[in-house]
Ligand binder design. Structure first.
Ligand code: NAP
Length: 263
């Protein structure tokens, strides 16, 4: 039985098992393939991944805090993962560990239209921001990056492209992506981020990578102002769909994955 998993620490909250199990069932592979959550402490990560190669795993998702460490376990690393500096997908094939990153393409797939030629503001300079800036720059967007700790946004832009900003003009962007963790612990995004609830417009698309059981304060304000909104679950679904296609070679049943991730 081919096995799949998400590796994280902690990982109990992950929606990936439900989402991928629904996908496998929809593809008629539910009796043969199994997707599970595996909690691995950072110091055990490399050894556990090598064991998985021998245990009949076909692939895995990698999440916090292992996305950087997963680079070191790869026999073959995609150029995307190398440039972003993070891995979210492992493929076990022919006795080798292949590592890739579908977070970047997942973000682009979640957008309602191409970001080419658009003015984009990315908030944050952590792991999620790296994949987003990499994706938007390569798609041909003009990218500005704001981060609470300025030095990090400067370094990120030197490495991946885009330009750091300390005082963004909210109205001037076609696309605004919150890739900070603000909102996760109930913080008010309008206290912590350089945005005003009344500063959104109908011409804008607003993405919040943070997600929970209810729409975030940020997305509710953007939607109330008439902006097009994309939540973090949609980005999760799209990166998961791309991972599933790498493992199975089948077209991912995105609708079934979306329904399971939102349940
Ligand atoms: P990370 O590497 O820890 O980065 C956290 C970022 O948030 C940093 O830029 C940090 O700024 C900023 N930040 C934290 N608290 C802040 C505050 N009070 N005010 C302003 N900025 C603050 O985390 P990550 O891996 O990039 O993840 C970020 C968020 O994206 C998390 O909520 C995560 O769950 C979500 N995410 C979602 C998906 C998805 O598929 N939907 C995928 C990946 C991540 P400093 O540099 O100043 O500390």
């Amino acid at each position: 039985m081919p096995r799949l998993a998400v590796l994280g620490h902690p990982v109990g909250h992950s929606r990936s098992p439900a989402m991928h199990s629904a996908a496998l069932a929809e593809l008629g592979m539910g009796d043969e393939w199994r997707y599970e959550a595996i909690d691995v402490a950072p110091e055990a990560f490399g050894v556990r991944v090598r064991e998985m190669l021998r245990e009949g795993f076909a692939g895995a998702n990698v999440t916090v805090p292992h996305k950087g460490a997963a680079i070191g376990v790869a026999d073959e690393l995609s150029e995307t993962a190398r440039e972003i500096g993070a891995v979210n997908t492992l493929v076990f094939a022919d006795g080798e560990i292949r590592a890739d990153n579908t977070d970047a393409a997942g973000l682009l797939a979640a957008l309602p239209a191409s970001a080419a030629g658009k003015r984009a503001l990315v908030l944050g300079a952590g792991g999620a921001a790296r994949a987003i800036v990499w994706a938007l720059v390569r798609e041909g967007a003009e990218v500005a990056v704001w981060n609470r700790t300025e030095l990090r946004s400067q370094h990120l832009c030197e490495e991946l492209g885009g330009g750091p900003t300390t005082d963004p003009d909210q109205a001037s962007y076609d696309l605004i992506v919150n890739s900070t963790s603000v909102g996760l612990a109930g913080e008010d995004p309008f206290d912590e981020l350089p945005l005003r609830p009344e500063g959104f417009s109908t011409a804008q698309t607003v993405v919040d990578m943070v997600y929970g059981d209810a729409p975030t304060v940020l997305l509710r304000a953007a939607e109330a102002a008439g902006a097009t909104v994309v939540d973090g679950i949609e980005v999760l679904v799209q990166q998961g769909a791309l991972s599933l296609e790498l493992w199975t070679g089948r077209e991912a049943p995105v609708e079934a994955m979306r329904a399971a991730a939102r349940r």
